[in-house]
Write a protein that binds this ligand. Structure first.
Ligand code: C3B
Length: 838
């Protein structure tokens, strides 16, 4: 078969007709062969799903060749590798990405057309791989894309959940969760039944002295569960490098059920062990920025960390290098505290199994790990109860106590006068029951801790890790501002804009070096360019309007200002502020004269996002949005001036339709609560403007694009604490406009007021923790500024174009290069055979 990647790296190279025809024929034959043989279906009843499957399998074949080569190359060169440990990988769809990276999308498009299908429809047959909740999981997916595209020898390690994040349905204005069984047909994974690891739980620890008088600990008995590897190829853009994402699936160690029980007639309980083992990797915990301390979650964490470390250590041992070389061969990045158990696990392997002394082992551990913190929200900081640990992982608890003892001795030596510090920084919280503070363990066991945007990285040093800055010095802390992959979030989601950019920049190199976008600035006054840029935005809005009509039945005017907030529903992200603002707009419109109405730009307020199933307040916010939509959208008197939409089941593939269609997107968290945010970057890169608070990456976006191109409002993070203190509990007075909104809700304008009373009372009675009342005025005023700005379409367009041109900094490629240099100390490994451009 033609191995296309080397020969079709750029579109220009692919105009030679006879060659193109040949490839087309070959590709088409492969698709047809897969449909007829792999899927055992006749071409006569080939539907879109079969066309998808055939196309996916044909592209998969091509990926696999490069994947094998990459792995061989890495085995042979044995460079230092990066291991990215993440409980979440929110990958979305793979086919479009595979086609882009293999470089044959145009040909494939023609091929499926010949079979009678549109590529768009074929692509949309694929289910999202939704193994994540939100920003943290999607960041991991962007990182894998950049790691491969930049040729870093890197592996992702995660869990192969049978159920990803639930599907959201809205029934009568309420969220309903539907399980996401996504594995019916997944051509992008390869089970490795030969790669298994036995993982131990429970049991007890026996200590004895060996023949040399050395104290030895053995972890005995308990229960064994087997981890089976499933591998997914991760192709890079315009390179042959294809890395591996290894996901672990759990199964009973014997792989068989209890025959004795079976034969004695206890059929159901005979499969019990099997099922209990399989439960470990069954389902993703659906909480974003919240930890609930469930035993099964801790089991997931250990299962995945232990299997991954076994794999990493096995690979290292093949090289027969001395243990002290381990940190020169291995960099492990902890995506938040979820994989923190990898730290005591590596220490356990080194001292209990490999016989190293404590200090030598610990020095290896610290040099190996890096820890990324993604949140300062107290409810998201992981703590596990000591009794649970004792029960599930008795040896690890001992090791954690030993780590803590060494650490506290060090602190005591260096800060003899500050006795309180010991209690504050101890890994063990002296509560009832005692708790293990995972963030402290992660920090102590790593050589670098990084935040994900400048403000956030500063905040962790002055709040949750303040004492640790004193103990270790500031150099242990770093900032790596998040980024996004331009391949998915520009080229794939917005092909027309990508093409327009390429036409001006002389090709698609900017997809590999996003800073090249700055060259667009010289076209900001170019009439044709402006016209086309605007037309593309309109076409994207039209596409979204069509989707809104199909999914909600509501017609929206594509010329209206599209105002979008899509992200997980959380009080700190303040969708409640947004919907209160929408209500205020509705009330204002109702009170306007016809002349005033004429001046107002029509608006569509679009919301989307999932609420954690147990997060009642978040679910109430969704209900209020739906209830307001019900009233506003049916109010003939308001017409096009305002529409309110809640889009069901927001996910990665829907984001690819939604993001390119915004005029304004909302990133309005209480200052200091959103560590970074990454959708803010996606929206601006796609030619939309932002309304936002001075929080997370909004601040750096402002610095890059200029403050004339962003609509900032609200209080600053340094004032948040004082403002919170100034609030009173009980009957708190809010100002006129917000009071008007509350009155409308309480009068039942949007249905039974009792349904929404918790939202109102969180502000007026319970201290308004998220400062909705403090920021409301400035929020409303800023929306008025936006209305005014939108009336001047030419200036608006200039802002949009200029912003796109200045977004180069926010590529996840930049971000990965920073990690590689400042945290991992790894170098790219050139692929053996490349397409010449890598
Ligand atoms: C998120 C944060 O809430 C975002 O601000 C940030 O952009 C992303 O991580 C990526 O860094 N986050 C999350 O999605 N889940 C958590 N448990 C913690 C943080």
């Amino acid at each position: 078969p033609v191995h296309s990647r080397r020969k079709t790296s750029s579109r220009q190279a692919f105009t030679a007709t006879p060659f193109r025809l040949l490839v087309l024929t070959i590709l088409q034959n492969e698709v047809v062969r897969h449909i007829e043989t792999t899927l055992a279906r006749s071409l006569f009843n080939c539907d879109e799903s079969a066309a998808y499957a055939g196309t996916a399998l044909a592209f998969r074949d091509r990926l696999v060749i490069d994947w094998n080569k990459t792995q061989q190359n890495q085995t042979f060169a044995d460079p230092k590798r990066v291991y990215y440990l993440s409980l979440e990988f929110l990958m979305g769809r793979a086919l479009d990405n595979a086609m882009l990276n293999v470089g044959l999308k145009d040909v494939a498009k023609e091929g499926v057309q010949d079979l009678g299908f549109r590529m768009e429809d074929v692509i949309s047959q694929e289910r999202d791989a939704a193994l994540g909740n939100g920003g943290l999981g999607r960041l991991a997916a962007c990182f894998l894309d950049s790691l491969a595209s930049l040729n870093y020898p890197a592996w992702g390690y995660g869990l192969r959940y049978r159920y990803g994040i639930f599907k959201q349905e809205i029934v009568d204005g309420y969220q309903v969760e539907i399980p996401d069984y996504w594995l019916d047909f997944n051509p992008w994974e390869f089970p490795r039944h030969d790669i298994t690891v036995d993982i131990q739980f429970y049991g007890n620890v026996r200590k004895y002295q060996d023949e040399n008088g050395k104290q030895v600990s053995v972890w005995e008995e308990g229960e064994i569960v087997q981890a089976v590897a499933y591998d997914c190829p991760i192709p890079g853009y315009q390179t042959a490098t294809t890395n591996n994402l290894r996901l672990w699936s759990s199964k009973a160690a014997s792989g068989e059920f209890d025959f004795q029980k079976f034969n004695s007639g206890e059929y159901e309980s005979s499969v019990g062990d099997q099922q209990r083992a399989e439960t470990i990797s069954a389902v993703l915990y659906p909480n974003d920025n919240l930890e609930r301390g469930k035993e099964l979650r801790l089991k997931q964490q250990y299962f995945w960390c232990a299997a991954s470390l076994y794999d990493i250590v096995r690979r290292f041992k093949k090289s027969k290098k001395a243990w002290r070389e381990f940190p020169n061969q291995v960099a492990i990045q902890l995506n938040d505290t979820h994989p923190t158990l990898a730290i005591p696990e590596l220490q356990r392997i080194l001292i209990d199994q490999e016989g190293l002394e404590w200090d030598e082992a610990w020095s290896i551990v610290q040099k190996t790990f890096g820890y990324t913190n993604h949140t300062v929200l107290p409810e998201a900081l992981e703590k596990w109860s000591v009794p649970l640990f004792q029960h599930l992982l008795p040896r690890h608890l001992q090791i954690i106590y030993d780590i803590n003892m060494h650490f506290l001795q060090y602190v005591e030596r260096n800060f003899p006068k500050d006795r309180d510090m010991l209690g504050r920084v101890s890994i063990i919280e002296e509560s009832q029951p005692k708790m293990v503070r995972m963030a402290y363990l992660a920090l102590i066991g790593s050589h670098k801790v990084n935040g994900v945007a400048e403000l956030h990285s500063d905040l962790i040093k002055t709040t949750i890790f303040k004492d640790f800055v004193k103990i270790y010095g500031p150099d242990k802390f770093a900032n790596v501002t998040n980024g996004i992959t331009p391949r998915r979030w520009l080229h794939q989601a917005n092909p027309r804009l990508s093409e327009l950019v390429a036409s001006k920049l002389g090709g698609y190199d900017y997809l590999k070096d996003l800073t090249l976008l700055h060259k667009l600035e010289k076209y900001v006054d170019d009439k044709d360019f402006r016209k086309e840029f605007q037309e593309i935005k309109y076409a994207n809005k039209l596409r979204l309007a069509k989707y809104i009509k199909e999914s909600t039945g509501v017609s929206v005017n594509p010329s209206a200002l599209f105002d979008i907030q899509v992200k997980r529903i959380h009080e700190y992200k303040r969708q409640q502020l947004n919907i209160f603002g929408v209500i205020q707009r509705y009330l204002a419109i109702k009170a306007m004269s016809p002349e005033e109405r004429k001046k107002l730009a029509p608006r569509v307020s679009i919301f989307g996002g999932k609420a954690a199933p147990g997060y009642w307040m978040a679910k109430t916010i969704i209900s209020l949005v739906c209830a307001v939509g019900e009233v506003v959208n049916n109010d003939k008197d308001v017409g096009d001036l305002l529409k309110v939409i809640f889009l069901e089941d927001y996910n990665v593939s829907k984001a690819e339709i939604i993001v390119p269609a915004s005029d304004i997107s909302e990133h309005i968290s209480t200052a200091g609560t959103e560590a970074s945010g990454t959708s803010n970057m996606k929206f601006v890169l796609n030619g939309g403007l932002i309304i936002g608070t001075c929080d997370g990456a909004n601040i750096e976006i402002t610095r890059e694009i200029g403050d004339e191109n962003i609509f900032l409002f609200g209080n600053l993070s340094e004032d948040v604490e004082d403002l919170r203190h100034a609030h009173v509990y009980g009957n708190y007075e809010v100002n006129g406009d917000l009071q008007g909104v509350f009155n409308a809700i309480q009068q039942g304008k949007f249905g039974d007021a009792n349904r929404f009373s918790a939202l109102v009372s969180s502000v007026v009675e319970h201290g308004d923790y998220y400062l909705v009342s403090d920021d409301f005025d400035s929020y409303i005023k800023t929306h008025a500024v936006i209305d005014e700005a939108y009336r001047d379409q030419e200036t608006w367009l200039t802002k949009c174009i200029t912003s796109v041109a200045r977004m180069g900094f926010f590529s996840s490629d930049r971000c990965i290069d920073e990690y590689a240099e400042t945290i991992w100390n790894v170098e790219p490994l050139k692929p053996k055979e490349t397409n010449g451009s890598a």
